[in-house]
Design a binder for this molecule. Structure first.
Ligand code: AMP
Length: 274
C-alpha cells in the first residue's frame, strides 16, 4: 500500500494503476461501516483508493473539528489489511488555498434537515468531495446511505457537473444491538449508548407500522417521537421522498425516514429507506 500525503505523490502512485479504480472518501477513525464500503469497492474494482481527511470546511463554528476522533495509525493498518492500493492522507494546506471559489449546495435540498441544522455544512462537504473525486480519477465512488442527504447531494453534483464517476450507495452498518456505526459513537457513555438505540428502535417501529399498512406520515412520526423521548433532544424526524421533498403519505420504494437526535454530547443520525 502506498501512503500519499501530497497531490504529487498521489498522482505518481496512480500512474502504476491500470484498470478500474474504486474510491472511498472518509474522515478516518475507521470502523466497520467504513470497512463495508472499502470491501465493496475492493470487490468491484481492480484498484482501490481510500482517503482520510478531516475536512475543516464542512464543520461549523463551535462544532467538534478539533475533538474529531483521529486514529491515523489504526486507519493505516485497517487499510493495509483491506487491500487498499493507495491511502491518501493529505494535510489541510495540500487540499486548500486561500480565497478559493466555492460550491454551494442547492437552496432546497441542501438547506433542509441536516442543512437547516448545520447551515453551510453541505457547501463544505461538496467542495471537498468534488476535489477528492477529481483527484482520485475513480470510476466508482462509494458512499454510505447513513448520510442520506449527503449521498443525495453528491449524486446531484455529479449529475449537474457532468462528472465522470459512478456514485455507489452502500447499506448502513449497525452494531449487534442496532446502533448505526459512527466515528462519533466513541463519545457515548454506556448509558448513552443504550438510549441511542432509540433511533434504530424508532425506525423499526415505523417499519412495523408501514408493514401493517400505516402510510400516514404524521401518525408514523408521532409514534417515532414517543420512542425517541429517551434522547436528550430530537432535532428532527422527517419522512421524505428520494429527492428530499416532504411526504404526507409513505410511497413504498421512494421514501426515506430520517432521524437526528442528540444523546449526551453527540448528535446522532439514522435513517431507513423504504
Ligand atoms: P465519514 O468518515 O463519517 O465521513 O464517513 C465516510 C463514509 O462512510 C461516508 O460515505 C459515510 O456515509 C460512510 N459511513 C459512515 N458510517 C457508516 C455506517 N454505519 N454504515 C455505512 N456507511 C457508513
Amino acid at each position: 500500500m502506498i501512503i500519499a500525503t501530497t497531490i504529487e505523490a498521489l498522482q505518481e502512485a496512480k500512474e502504476s494503476l491500470k484498470g478500474s479504480i474504486g474510491f472511498v472518501p472518509t474522515m478516518g477513525a475507521l470502523h466497520q461501516g467504513h470497512l463495508s464500503l472499502i470491501q465493496q469497492a475492493r470487490a468491484e474494482n481492480e484498484h482501490l483508493i481510500v482517503s482520510v481527511f478531516v475536512n475543516p470546511t464542512q464543520f461549523l463554528e463551535g462544532e467538534d473539528l478539533d475533538a474529531y476522533p483521529r486514529r491515523e495509525q489504526a486507519d493505516i493498518k485497517i487499510c493495509e489489511l483491506a487491500g487498499v492500493d493507495i491511502l491518501f492522507m493529505p494535510g489541510i494546506d495540500v487540499m486548500y488555498e486561500k480565497d478559493e471559489l466555492s460550491i454551494a449546495a442547492p437552496a432546497i435540498r441542501g438547506y433542509v434537515l441536516e442543512g437547516e441544522r448545520r447551515p453551510g455544512h453541505f457547501d463544505g462537504m461538496l467542495q471537498v468531495v468534488m476535489k477528492l473525486l477529481n483527484l482520485s480519477s475513480a470510476d466508482r465512488a462509494y458512499f454510505g446511505k447513513k448520510d442520506a442527504q449527503q449521498l443525495s447531494l453528491i449524486d446531484q453534483m455529479v449529475k449537474h457537473y457532468f462528472m465522470d464517476v459512478q456514485i455507489v450507495p452502500c447499506e448502513i452498518v449497525r452494531d449487534e444491538k442496532g446502533l448505526a456505526l459512527s466515528s462519533r459513537n466513541v463519545y457515548l457513555s454506556e448509558e448513552e449508548k443504550e438510549r441511542a438505540l432509540s433511533l434504530s428502535r424508532a425506525l423499526k417501529t415505523a417499519t412495523r407500522m408501514v408493514m401493517a399498512g400505516e402510510l400516514n406520515c404524521e401518525r408514523l412520526k408521532t409514534e417515532m417521537r414517543e420512542v425517541l423521548a429517551v434522547t436528550d433532544e430530537v432535532e428532527y424526524v422527517a419522512i421524505v421522498d428520494r429527492s428530499f421533498g416532504l411526504l404526507e403519505e409513505v410511497e413504498i420504494g421512494n421514501t426515506i425516514i430520517l432521524i437526528a437526535a442528540r444523546v449526551g454530547k453527540p448528535r446522532l443520525i439514522d435513517n431507513l429507506w423504504i
